[in-house]
Ligand binder design. Structure first.
Ligand SMILES: Nc1ncnc2c1ncn2[C@@H]1O[C@H](COP(=O)(O)OP(=O)(O)OP(=O)(O)O)[C@@H](O)[C@H]1O
Length: 249
């Protein structure tokens, strides 16, 4: 599904500030796999996501998504098949637009320009999708999204990312800015959506328990490389304390 082969990202190449943020990373993520990603600050996790989306160029190596070499593809083209959620729910939603306008914008992205009124059947679809979140958001369709709480907004952002299920969903610490209860709820919704839509998903987190209790596989980054790769029974047996040994500081 997603295959990176010897991919490197080098910032400020050829200067005294040169930094190999990703160093010859190779990994294969099969279709439908849910992968959690851990690593200390500066280990290269966000750069890993950025090189997949095209936000950071690959200096070396190749990236293949769903059989297509996307290494040289522009970011906006890749965004049609890759959904991404960030730590800050404000990232990716338009605060002055209502909940339904934000959803319509996301919905129309792969269906044509956002130039027409929101149709009745779209409204019904958004209402039905929001209802599955069980947060009462189906009654807030006309509310500007900027007036929602962080958790509510992140739930809508998540729904926006999966309205037309992307080939790949990238979750970049998307629960880190939320209070513990909202974070748990968003994680629950994430699991439901990923499983129901059989999505291929990668989730960066600093929470070791979340990294172990979610997903099928765990990757740990250190200094621009994937230094640990656990899946199946091996992952299930791990405890948060075991993971500390794999962090380099
Ligand atoms: N645009 C950039 N220019 C120069 N250096 C960068 C740039 N982006 C990232 N880096 C460097 O690349 C390395 C990897 O950064 P990255 O953001 O991928 O780490 P991370 O694992 O996501 O860290 P965190 O957990 O703190 O978010 C760091 O040393 C960082 O300072």
């Amino acid at each position: 599904m997603l295959e990176l082969k010897d991919v490197s990202v080098i910032f400020n190449q050829g200067t005294s500030l040169e930094k190999r943020a990703l160093d010859e990373v190779s990994v294969h993520i099969p279709e439908g796999q849910f992968v959690t990603v851990l690593g200390s600050n500066g280990a290269g996790k966000s750069t890993f996501f950025n090189v997949i989306t095209g936000a950071a160029p690959a200096a070396e190596g190749t990236i293949v998504l769903d059989g297509q070499d996307i290494t040289a593809q522009k970011e906006h083209v890749r965004s049609r098949s890759i959904g991404r959620l960030f730590q800050n729910p404000e990232h990716g939603t338009a605060p002055r637009l209502t909940v339904e306008e934000n959803l319509a914008l996301a919905y129309s992205r792969s269906r044509g320009p956002f130039s027409r009124a929101i149709r009745k059947e779209e409204q019904a679809l958004f209402r039905e999708k929001l209802k599955t979140l069980d947060m009462g958001l189906e009654d807030r369709l006309k509310t500007p999204i900027g007036l929602l709480s962080g958790g509510q907004r992140q739930a809508v952002a998540l729904m926006m990312a999966v309205l037309n299920p992307p080939k790949l969903l990238l979750l970049d610490e998307h629960t880190a800015a939320l209070d513990p209860k909202s974070a748990r709820k968003i994680l629950e919704i994430t699991n439901d959506l990923v499983r129901r839509e059989h999505m291929t998903a990668l989730m960066i987190t600093h929470n070791m328990t979340d990294a172990l209790t979610n997903g099928d596989r765990l990757l740990i980054f250190n200094d621009g490389k994937i230094t640990q790769d656990f899946s199946g029974e091996e992952k299930k047996k791990l405890k948060p304390a075991d993971l500390l040994d794999f962090y380099e500081v």
